[in-house]
Ligand binder design. Structure first.
Ligand code: ADP
Ligand code: MG
Length: 574
């Protein structure tokens, strides 16, 4: 359905048309007519589905001359960025409807400025709950004539601890009002708010997957514990995306990763909630303009910031919520463009989390081999060749002048060109981590050639096969079934491993700890051995019941299919 088919005023239709909006999105089509009628609505849909227009257009439409001096609509958003963005977009809808005056109020910006604007008379206020409360307490914001209150990204506001503020704000609003709530997820706390504060609301739910993820190519990489940063650097160097967002679960990780990337010569900037407003604006501007092509962010900081045309999204940390995954990757592939999302996982636990996500979104996430340093170097060489080939003839005489002067100094053209190319290659590849990538295998590994590795920990250290397998699986991200026979001796242990994985295993297990002990893993070269008794072996594998991540309890086959369960193991240690 088109916007034109709605019963909207000419001023708004013109503004919407100028924005290039023609067809409504699903959430808009379902909610705008109800909102125009004055109904209470609970709308559930993902980031990027056009919720701002869904509530913004009816809000602008509802303003009349009678609202000249009073606030009629209040929009609450979780972050300053979101409030600013919603304000900007609503202003665009109101471009030709001059009686509409909006004002954004959020922390980290001058109070005086906001007070001055509020005093001038505004009818739509958009803000964060904290700052809205501030203004209410100072009596610089009066809600006595409010008709509509909108909670945008309600789940996120609750996550951020705004519940009390929100409830208090709602208590200042006349009971006779329209209450609108938009949220990406519907946890019980949201349902509670809905029941308490809305009247006979219409529930609108836009199906999760589909729209946002279907145009996105999704891949994952298995990386040993502690090697995600290296892996990420290789990926960035190999794919060289024009713009990318990297998601971390914590502010600390955002800071650390950003610093690490910048140190290695990547143009990256971090974005999280602890940063000052001015810093955040700077970061967003330099990302939007392309001068900083890599943005490292937390979910909360990134929520709702409207940046389009991102080439790649990297999940450095697995998102803590399935919906977050959709939000994150929804940054790429917007507006009909294809995008790519990459997830880095370490260890079995993350593997299973990702599998859950894949089921939830009902889309395939394919495994990809990590490029190794040599792949990246080859790609960079090709780049240089292509660039020079495509450059065309140089008519700048200064360039030839320099070459002539160099020749006079005994540096011929070939040598001069080589020096420049070498410098360029050095800057692009010197900081790349050395990394033995694990080849992606498909299907059954039976019949593969194996070698044995030797680990300097054994029976005298009270070690059991499951400790060994757990540590190996954690360190390498490989499955328990990828490892073969384990023999535990008094002072050491040998493990059969696929020959094709040998380099990778050595690389990712040094260092490695088992049972709190630093161990060394190397090629087993035979030697005098005393085998532990078969009986002891059977005892270990037969007795223990192991709870799998799928909830089913099954007997563990210690030697063939071990899935680490960190909590259980660490408990056992004490
Ligand atoms: P959400 O709040 O659901 O995350 P936004 O309101 O930020 O989504 O909208 C995402 C982007 O889509 C914005 O750039 C917005 O201008 C654009 N958009 C919204 N509705 C339409 C539409 N009907 N047609 C084209 N673009 C739209
Ligand atoms: Mg939004």
């Amino acid at each position: 359905m088109k916007f034109k088919e709605l019963n909207l005023s000419q001023e708004i239709l013109l503004a919407v048309d100028e924005l290039g909006f023609d067809e409504m999105t699903e959430i808009q089509e379902k909610s705008i007519p109800l909102l125009l009628e004055g109904r209470d609505v609970v709308g559930r849909s993902n980031t990027g589905t056009g919720k701002t227009a869904a509530f913004g257009i009816p809000a602008v439409e509802s303003i009349t001359d009678a609202d000249k001096k009073t606030v009629a609509v209040l929009v609450m958003c979780p972050t300053r960025e979101l409030a600013m963005q919603a304000d900007e977009e609503i202003k665009k809808f109101a471009k030709y409807k001059h009686i509409v005056k909006t004002c954004a109020v959020y922390g980290g910006a001058s109070m005086e400025n906001q007070i001055r604007q509020l005093k001038r008379g505004v009818n739509i206020v958009i803000g964060t709950p904290g700052r809205i409360m501030d203004h209410i307490r100072r009596k610089t914001l009066k809600l006595d004539f409010l008709r509509t209150v909108i909670l945008d990204e309600a789940d996120e506001m609750l996550n951020m601890g705004f519940r009390e503020d929100i409830e208090e704000i709602l208590s200042y609003i006349p009971a006779e009002r329209q209450t609108v709530l938009f949220s990406a997820t519907m946890p019980p706390e949201i349902m509670a708010i809905t029941e308490k504060y809305q009247e006979n609301p219409e529930h609108i739910k836009i199906k999760s997957a589909g729209k946002t993820v279907e145009l996105i190519n999704q891949f994952y990489f298995e990386v040993p514990m502690g090697r995600k940063t290296d892996a990420l650097k290789l990926l960035l160097a190999a794919y060289n995306p024009a713009s990318s967002m990297i998601f971390c679960n914590t502010k600390k990780m955002v800071d650390e990763l950003t610093e690490e990337l910048v140190k290695s010569g990547f143009r990256a900037a971090g974005l999280h909630g602890d940063m000052k407003q001015i810093q955040r604006t700077q970061v967003m501007n330099s990302f939007k303009s392309g001068s900083t092509p890599i943005l490292v962010a937390t979910d909360v900081a990134a929520r709702g910031i409207d940046v389009s045309g991102i080439d790649a999204v990297f999940n450095y940390d697995i998102p803590q919520d399935n919906e977050y995954y959709i939000h994150r990757i929804g940054r790429t592939g917007r507006a009909g463009r294809t995008g790519t999302a990459y997830t880095l996982i370490s260890g079995r636990k993350q593997f299973y989390s990702l599998r859950d996500i894949s089921r939830y979104i009902n889309a395939e996430i394919k495994e990809m081999p990590l490029p190794d340093k040599n792949d990246v170097i080859s790609a960079k060489k090709e780049n240089i060749i292509n660039e020079i080939t495509n450059f065309g003839h140089v008519s700048d005489r200064r360039a030839y002048e320099i070459l002539d002067r160099l020749a006079a100094l005994g540096i011929d053209y070939r040598e001069a060109a080589a020096r420049i190319i070498a410098e360029r290659l050095k800057s692009e590849t010197d900081n790349l981590p050395d990394y033995a990538a694990r080849p992606v295998r498909k299907g059954n590994r039976k019949g593969e050639k194996t070698v044995r590795v030797d680990i300097n920990i054994g029976r005298s250290h009270r070690i059991a096969p499951n400790f060994i397998l757990g540590a190996l699986a954690d360190a390498t991200g490989m499955a328990g079934k990828d490892f073969g026979k384990i023999d535990i001796y008094d002072e050491h242990t040998t493990v059969e491993v696929p020959e094709s994985d040998y380099d990778y295993i050595i690389e990712s297990t040094n260092p490695m700890k088992i049972n709190g002990r630093q161990v060394e893993v190397k090629l087993y070269k035979g030697g005098k051995t005393e085998r532990i008794s078969e009986r002891r072996n059977r005892e270990i594998s037969g007795k223990e019941k192991h709870k799998t991540p799928f909830g089913k309890s099954r007997k563990r086959e210690v030697y063939t299919d071990y899935i680490p369960d960190r909590k259980k193991r660490s408990k056992k240690r004490h």
